[in-house]
Design a protein around this ligand. Sequence first.
Ligand SMILES: Cc1cc2nc3c(=O)[nH]c(=O)nc-3n(C[C@H](O)[C@H](O)[C@H](O)COP(=O)(O)OP(=O)(O)OC[C@H]3O[C@@H](n4cnc5c(N)ncnc54)[C@H](O)[C@@H]3O)c2cc1C
Length: 471
Amino acid sequence: MKLVWFRNDLRIVDNPALFRACEDASRSTPCSGLLAVVVLTPEQWFSHDDSPSKVAFWLANLTELRRKLQQLNIPLKVIRGDVFDNTPASLLQVSHEYNCDALYFNHEYALNEQRRDTSVTKLFGDNGIKTFSFHGDVIVPPSEISNQKGLPYRVFTPFSKSWRRSYLSANPQPLPAPNIQILTNISSDQVPRNIEFPNKEKIGWREDLWPAGEHIAHEKLQGFMAQRVNQYSRDRDYPALEGTSSLSPYLTTGVLSARQCIAGLRANDESHDWLESQWLTEIIWREFYRHLMAQFPKLNKWEAFRPEVENRIVWSDNPVLFAAWCNGETGFSIVDAGMKQLRETGWMHNRVRMICASFLTKLLRQDWRRGAQFFMQHLVDGDFSSNLGGWQWCASVGADSAPYFRIFNPLRQAERFDLFGDYVARWLPELNSLPGHQRHNAQIAMSVGRPMPVIDYAKARAESLSNYQNR
Ligand SMILES: Cc1cc2nc3c(=O)[nH]c(=O)nc-3n(C[C@H](O)[C@H](O)[C@H](O)COP(=O)(O)OP(=O)(O)OC[C@H]3O[C@@H](n4cnc5c(N)ncnc54)[C@H](O)[C@@H]3O)c2cc1C
């Protein structure tokens, strides 16, 4: 038997580990059967701040994957390991039980995941079982691009140029679904519908917004390509519009690959400018943050990329202000609407993520780690590297981040990107009774029950600047 280990790559199509395992199984004489395995590690997920909605979405997609694997004669074993430390022994047990001679998996780039994979590889090697690993989560692997000194890029623009060159020279295409495998008499395990998390708000996964399944992800990708990608640069910053793809939960769980996204972009490209398109640039940001995480292990320990900036800052520890931010009760309607969107759907528009993160770090002067952790605990698309990258960018302590003096004025942002208050009224329905142009006006909004602003913007901005300039 060949064993394929699924993690954050819950797809049949364009799955390098699955594809290679199937090829090897068909080529061996006599033909080997194929077995798939997943290890449920809820305690580890909990310690990584994965949200209940993300876990529920992952499990629902796993159920879909199990169904598709069955059509390919690949049974799925579901084992429980609780924490990563138990994973090597659990996998080895399955491997022995079903007489497997090789294990296949796709890389993950965070440190704990890499350590787990190294332990698995060693244990399997010690037991005479081969392991094969592949890059399925990124298009250009972290080791493949470096600057002229042979060092990892720290700045996005040169990284993205190099990334584009590398992409063009390799011209990677998504892999097809594998062939049907030989039938075995092994039965598939059931996938649990949910896993209870201790001490967490029970914010469920919004199945109506992100239904599970690879075919759904592809339909959404095609719908975005057909209807919205051409206006992406124009619309992407307006949270009231459906201007972005909303594909992030599928990318985070690996139901869809970045390579498939780009194949979709290229297939749709009538003007032949896909290589310079803004949407591609966003996919490259995703790769940039993954490369940084793989190449700068300190990031995995929640350290700032630029400690020289962070060392100047004295974070304020104010639980009342933090709670107001978490609950969407700061009195700044764009911030509060974003936090309500997060809590109600597990997702937030990118522009609003930036406004909320900037508000917490720059104006409430709270440690970015607290905000990043809160985001992870609520996001259905919670992704360690992108979330960390986004937060460090907003707090001006990340690689190629916003300069410290760039402090978003929430009112200005709201007037620029939600002029008629459509977005805020969607999440703060009490604002519906006000005319659009008044919905961001904190004084008027108080008359319909919105809270008093928790800070005076000008004063908070001045304090923040002096905090960042502190030497
Ligand atoms: C503070 C903060 C926290 C964030 N946390 C996460 C997170 O946990 N998970 C996550 O996937 N993204 C995160 N992002 C990035 C971005 O906000 C989301 O990827 C995006 O809003 C998802 O919506 P979409 O799928 O419609 O994106 P689109 O605009 O359609 O972009 C397509 C894809 O590109 C990737 N992408 C887009 N923007 C970025 C970006 N700035 N950085 C990295 N990848 C990007 C995503 O995979 C996204 O699905 C965060 C950004 C900020 C500022």
